[in-house]
Design a protein around this ligand. Structure first.
Ligand SMILES: [Zn+2]
Length: 367
């Protein structure tokens, strides 16, 4: 099994400016001491560091990638948005959307981030690698065609998927989003289309606020090709595995994709500062192993994992490392030192039963 791994140092130089968690400094928000913002480079850079320190990098086919082109971006974004993004980035940075600040040069870095996703999908489709992991930053799944949002400046996965469609003619694509926040950008782009199944498993009412949740099923030709799985805060290892088996796997079997892409945010991890879930490294290892099996059965193993959010600098490296081990089939000597405490923090039986009932209800509605 050859796993491709895509990263670029420049993506760690993307800056959201001075923030306390996700709150811009000013007014009643005191400037933090040190890097107190949520979207710091270190959760992602420390994953890369762990992949290098563990020796896993030597088992992967590792490279950077070209930035996406204007043509690539225009398949998904409006010209007005791209031109405004470029102009503000050149002029020194700012925020032209909703909680999505960037500094000078953010435009160029976002194009590299999307380029990593594009390269990962391209290499999977050409058979250069069996599966792939793109360590993208900034993330992409909240970004809308004409508006940035939630730390997301370009729609990384749709840009990459549409580039793959233009180049390889790939038809049916499934995008499974397990970032703890709703994949609203991806949903919006594919809402009326039947060639792309979008599934988002996320914490209910976390971010962005005010979307329609499980009732959002798509429209027109796309009806039935969008699935939301909103879970209550506190869902943990068992709930995530159960939701994958009860809802995600059957939906993929019905859809018969030619390619599966995972929008892999790691902010459902316990201790993430931007959500309230209790997944841990063995959760993500198990989910990934299951997705590898599903991809092998349905689409010749064609699976690309694209990094989205995840803000715990301490834990994200272990979550991502477990995913890449599962993709590549290479187990290193790395032991997640947080695993015992995360396992001990899982919900009790009453809450687990409630979560299973919730998921059964969502599965019945989705089926
Ligand atoms: Zn997220």
């Amino acid at each position: 099994m050859t796993t491709g791994f895509y990263s670029d140092e420049r993506t760690f130089w993307h800056s959201v400016g001075l923030q306390a968690l996700f709150l811009p400094v000013g007014g009643w928000v005191q400037p933090p001491s040190g890097a107190a913002g949520a979207d710091t480079p270190d959760s992602k850079r420390r994953l890369l560091s762990l992949v290098q320190a563990s020796g896993l990098i030597a088992k992967l086919r590792s490279r950077s990638a070209e930035p996406v082109s204007e043509e690539d971006m225009m398949r998904v974004h409006s010209r007005r948005y791209i031109e405004e993004f470029r102009a503000v980035s050149t002029a020194g940075g700012g925020d032209i959307g909703d909680h999505a600040p960037f500094s000078r040069g953010g435009y160029e870095i976002a194009r590299i981030s999307a380029g990593l996703a594009k390269a990962a999908i391209d290499d999977v489709l050409t058979g250069t690698v069996d599966n792939a992991y793109a360590l993208c930053r900034p993330a992409g799944h909240h970004c809308l065609p004409d508006r940035s949002m939630g730390f997301c400046l370009l729609c990384n996965i749709p840009i990459a998927v549409e580039a793959a469609r233009a180049r390889h003619g790939v038809g049916r694509v499934a995008i499974v989003d397990w970032d703890v926040h709703h994949g609203n950008g991806t949903q919006a782009i594919y809402y009326g289309r039947s060639d792309t199944l979008t599934i988002s498993i996320h914490q209910e009412n976390c971010f962005p606020p005010g979307y329609g949740g499980a009732d959002d099923r798509g429209e027109g030709d796309g009806f039935g090709h969008n699935l939301n799985i909103p879970l209550p805060p506190g869902a943990g290892d068992e709930a995530y595995r159960y939701a994958l088996d009860k809802i995600v796997a059957p939906a993929l079997e019905r859809f018969r994709p030619e390619l599966i892409v995972i929008a892999s945010g790691l902010d459902a991890g316990a201790a993430d500062p931007m959500a309230r879930m209790l997944a841990h490294s063995e959760t993500f290892r198990a989910l990934t192993q299951r997705m590898v099996e599903i991809a092998a059965t349905l689409c010749g193993g064609r699976l690309a994992v694209i990094h989205e959010g995840g803000y715990s600098e301490a834990l994200v490296p272990f979550l991502g490392h477990a995913i890449i081990e599962a993709l590549s089939g290479c187990r290193t000597e790395v032991v997640d030192p947080s695993l015992d405490i995360c396992v001990a923090q899982q919900p009790g039986e009453a809450m687990r039963a409630f979560l299973r009932e919730t998921i059964d209800r969502l599965a019945a509605a989705a089926g």
